[in-house]
Each structure stands twice: as C-alpha cells, then as structure tokens.
Design a binder for this molecule. Structure first.
Ligand SMILES: [Zn+2]
Length: 80
C-alpha cells in the first residue's frame, strides 16, 4: 500500500472516500474513540509490510489525528 492508494475501511472493508475518518466516526464510533485501536492497526499494517511512516499517515487519516499524536501514543505503548 502506498500513500495515494485507495483506502478501505479496516473494520468492514468498504472503499473509503475522503475524509476517511468520517466513515470510521459514523460507522465504528467505538473504534474511533479508542486510541487503543491504533496499536492493533499499526501492528497489522506493519506486519503486512507497510512502511512505518505510511502506516502512521493512514492511521492519522482514519482517525483525524496528527501523526505526532499517534506516534507518541504508540511510543507510550512500547509499539514504536
Ligand atoms: Zn467500516
């Protein structure tokens, strides 16, 4: 996956339109509000061979958060 590739929802698989977070917020509010879900997603993406930086970008777009915010949370969970 690259930065400009089509995005699919990691929870229900639908093709996402920008802004990607709007779908997660509406359809998966329990995920959207839980920062813990970032850990699982980051692990899944990097296990699939996705670059760490691109993984952070994708998660930031899905959760309307900054990459810095995600990075510091992952660091606090010892994932990064
Ligand atoms: Zn979905």
């Amino acid at each position: 996956m690259t930065e400009n590739e089509t995005r699919f929802c990691p929870y229900c698989g639908v093709k996402l339109q920008r802004p990607y977070w709007a779908h997660i917020q509406k359809e998966h509010p329990e995920k959207y509000t839980q920062k813990e879900t970032w850990v699982k997603l980051f692990e899944d993406y990097t296990k699939l061979g996705m670059d760490e930086d691109i993984s952070l970008t994708v998660i930031s777009e899905l959760f309307n958060a900054t990459k810095e915010e995600i990075k510091s949370f992952l660091k606090s969970r010892k994932v990064l």
